[in-house]
Design a protein around this ligand. Structure first.
Ligand code: NAD
Length: 317
C-alpha cells in the first residue's frame, strides 16, 4: 500500500506543489496549515481548493504551535513520513518580526520533532541556503562550516542542530533539505522574482541592493519536488543534510531582463546599499546527486516562462 504522508505548510508554495505531486503518485496526503496572512491569503486558499479536489487529500486547519493539536493528528492519522515545511519564511522579515520565527521555526519545529520521536516517524524537514550566511567560498557544500547572517538563517541552523541531536540520541530517520531560492507557478509574492514581475507590470520602481551585483541559485519547483521525493524513497543510517539547488546562480540583471522581455516593458530601477544582503548563493549538489540521485532538469528560461505564463493567466492581463 502507498504511504501516508503528513505535509505541514501544505497551503504554502512548496507544500502545495509537493502535496499535488504526491497525490498524483497516489500517496495519501494529510495537509496541515495555519493559513496565516504573511502574504495574500487568497493564494493559499486557491492552492488549498486545488488540493481538496483529490479524495486522497485531507486537510487540518491548525496552528502547529499547539502541541496537543499536532499530537492528535499523529494519533489519528499515523503518518509514515512527515514533510515538515511549515515555517515563517523570508530573510528580511526576520529583522522586523523575529517573534514569528521563534514561534513558527523554533517552537513548531520542536513540537514536530517531539511527535516524530514518540511515533518513530521518518522526518524530512526544510532548511535553507540562508544557513550559509555571507560565505564567499563557492559553491556551498553541506560539509562547510556555516555561520548564518539573518535570524531566519539562524533558526534553520538551530533546526539542523536539534535534528542532528535527536536522530543520534533517539535513533530517528531524519533528512534536512537546504532549499535554494525556489520559484515557479503559485510562488511566494514576497520573493524577488515575483515582486520584480509585479513592479515592472505596475510601473513601480524596483529597489536593487549592492548595485544589483547579486545572484541567486534559482531552483525550479518541479526539481525541488523530485528532490523531496528522492528523500522519501531513500533511507540513511544517520541524519543527513542535502543541498537542493540548481548549481547555476542567476544574476539579478539577467532575471530582470528576462521579465522585461516577456512583459515587453522596461523596469524602473533604484539602487540602494544593504549590508544585510548576501551577494551570491550557489549550491554544490554533488552529495545530493550521489546519495539521493537528485539532478535538476529545468532551465532558468523554461522555469521563468512557466512562472510568467501562470502569473499572466492568474492576473488576467
Ligand atoms: N521558497 C523558498 O525559496 C525557500 C527557500 C529556502 C527554504 N524554504 C523553506 O521551505 C519551507 C516552505 O517554504 P515556502 O516557500 O513554501 O513558504 P510558504 O510561506 O509559502 O509556506 C509556509 C506555510 O507554512 C504555514 N505556517 C507557518 N507557520 C505555521 C504554523 N505555526 N502552523 C501551521 N502552519 C504554519 C503558512 O501558513 C504557509 O502556508 C519553509 O520552511 C521555508 O523556510 C523555502
Amino acid at each position: 500500500m502507498k504511504k501516508k504522508i503528513l505535509v505541514s505548510g501544505s497551503s504554502g508554495f512548496i507544500g502545495f506543489h509537493i502535496s499535488k505531486f504526491l497525490l498524483e503518485k497516489e500517496f495519501s496526503v494529510v495537509g496541515v496549515d495555519s493559513m496565516n496572512d504573511y502574504y495574500d491569503l487568497n493564494l493559499k486558499k486557491q492552492r488549498l481548493e486545488t488540493l481538496k479536489k483529490n479524495k486522497k487529500f485531507k486537510f487540518c486547519h491548525s496552528d502547529l504551535i499547539q502541541f496537543d493539536r499536532l499530537n492528535k493528528i499523529f494519533i489519528n492519522e499515523e503518518p509514515d513520513v512527515v514533510i515538515h515545511l511549515a515555517a515563517q519564511a523570508g530573510v528580511r522579515y526576520s529583522k522586523i518580526n523575529p517573534k514569528s520565527y521563534i514561534d513558527s521555526n523554533l517552537i513548531v519545529f520542536s513540537n514536530m520533532i517531539e511527535n516524530v520521536r514518540k511515533f518513530k516517524t521518518k522526518l524530512i524537514y526544510a532548511s535553507s541556503s540562508s544557513v550559509y550566511g555571507g560565505k564567499k567560498k563557492y559553491p556551498f557544500k553541506e560539509s562547510d562550516t556555516i555561520n548564518p547572517k539573518s535570524f531566519y538563517g539562524l533558526t534553520k541552523k538551530i533546526n539542523e542542530d536539534i535534528a542532528d541531536f535527536y536522530s543520534k540520541e533517539f535513533n530517528l530517520n531524519i533528512i534536512g533539505l537546504r532549499f535554494f531560492t525556489v520559484y515557479g507557478p503559485f510562488g511566494r509574492p514576497d520573493m524577488a522574482y515575483y515582486k520584480f514581475c509585479q513592479r515592472i507590470k505596475e510601473n513601480v520602481p524596483i529597489v536593487l541592493y549592492n548595485q544589483g551585483l547579486m545572484s541567486r541559485d534559482m531552483t525550479y519547483i518541479d526539481d525541488i519536488c523530485q528532490g523531496i521525493y528522492k528523500a522519501i524513497i531513500n533511507d540513511f543510517s544517520c541524519h543527513q543534510i542535502f543541498n537542493l539547488g540548481n548549481n547555476n546562480p542567476i544574476e539579478l540583471a539577467k532575471l530582470i531582463s528576462h521579465i522585461e522581455n516577456y512583459l515587453d516593458k522596461k523596469a524602473i530601477i533604484k539602487y540602494e546599499d544593504s549590508p544585510d544582503e548576501v551577494k551570491k548563493t550557489y549550491a554544490d549538489i554533488t552529495k545530493s546527486n550521489e546519495l539521493l540521485g537528485y539532478s535538476p532538469k529545468v532551465s532558468f528560461e523554461d522555469g521563468m516562462n512557466n512562472f510568467l505564463n501562470w502569473y499572466k493567466r492568474n492576473f488576467k492581463f
